[in-house]
Ligand binder design. Structure first.
Ligand SMILES: Nc1ncnc2c1ncn2[C@@H]1O[C@H](COP(=O)(O)OP(=O)(O)OP(=O)(O)O)[C@@H](O)[C@H]1O
Length: 229
């Protein structure tokens, strides 16, 4: 499992006078659990896009282990992400016409790695997230259930890095709490580094480390007391 080391990261967008992101240094050890918090427009999504290689910075190094993902081509980054990152996007990116199990398996099938073991793990994960009808079509599911499918899909390949963008945003308090605990439990079981962008106070309280962004800069980087790492 790779550590993360960010140095001298600067991201600018056309039309913005100040950088959207200006991070001189950020270190996250393998297996750490980090909540990225801050007001709207503070740079959270931009940071996550850089850390997962969805976008590349004009300046700076983003080292996961020995790989500086900013130096990879787009195709190499896609390949690296597929092997190393489990993404739980805010809007799920599920295919409504497919069943839960087929959504969980789709990325693995596209990567041609859906072995019998992978299929078994997909079923196990759906059970672990509390979904007992693997063949239920996505378009008949509640948002809480869809969120669980997205989590199962993200964890299928036992990724070293799990990144979830507002995983509880569309859920009520009870479903939000259940999804948060699950994400943390499953990430812990695989020893994954977990990075969660969230405004959800209940989820923030469960995360051992809080990175607070303001105006594209790290305003605070706190270890939460009393939270098990
Ligand atoms: N592609 C882009 N082009 C121009 N400006 C952008 C682009 N993407 C983001 N920005 C700007 O960069 C800043 C940081 O945006 P970002 O989406 O990272 O914030 P955020 O903290 O994730 O906000 P939210 O909580 O609302 O999702 C904002 O001022 C935003 O308008």
């Amino acid at each position: 499992m790779p550590d993360l080391e960010v140095t001298d990261l600067c991201v600018r967008f056309a039309g913005l006078a100040a950088p959207a992101l200006d991070v001189p240094e950020l270190k996250v050890s393998a297996g750490e659990m980090l909540a990225v918090v801050g007001p709207s427009g503070s740079g959270k999504s931009t940071l996550v896009n850089m850390l997962t290689g969805l976008d590349t910075p004009a300046r700076g190094a983003i080292l996961w282990g020995r790989t500086n993902i900013g130096n990879l081509s787009e195709a190499e980054r896609d390949h690296w992400r597929g092997r190393n990152v489990g993404l739980v996007p805010q809007d799920f990116h599920l295919f409504p016409g497919l069943s839960a199990i087929n959504n969980v398996l789709l990325p693995a099938r596209l990567a041609r790695i859906a072995s019998r073991t992978t299929v078994d793990r997909a079923h196990d994960l759906l059970q672990a997230v509390g979904l007992m009808r693997p063949n239920q079509p996505i378009n008949t599911m509640s948002r809480g259930e869809m969120q669980r499918v997205a989590i199962a899909r993200a964890l299928l390949r036992q990724p070293a890095i799990v990144v979830a963008d507002e995983p509880t945003a569309s859920l009520d308090a009870d479903n939000g709490a259940a999804v948060s605990s699950l994400l943390i439990l499953l990430a812990r079981q695989t020893g994954s580094t977990l990075i969660v962008v969230t405004h959800d106070e209940a989820l923030i309280r469960l995360m051992p480390r809080h990175l607070v962004l303001r105006n594209g800069r790290i305003f605070a980087d706190r270890v939460a007391e009393g939270v098990l790492a």
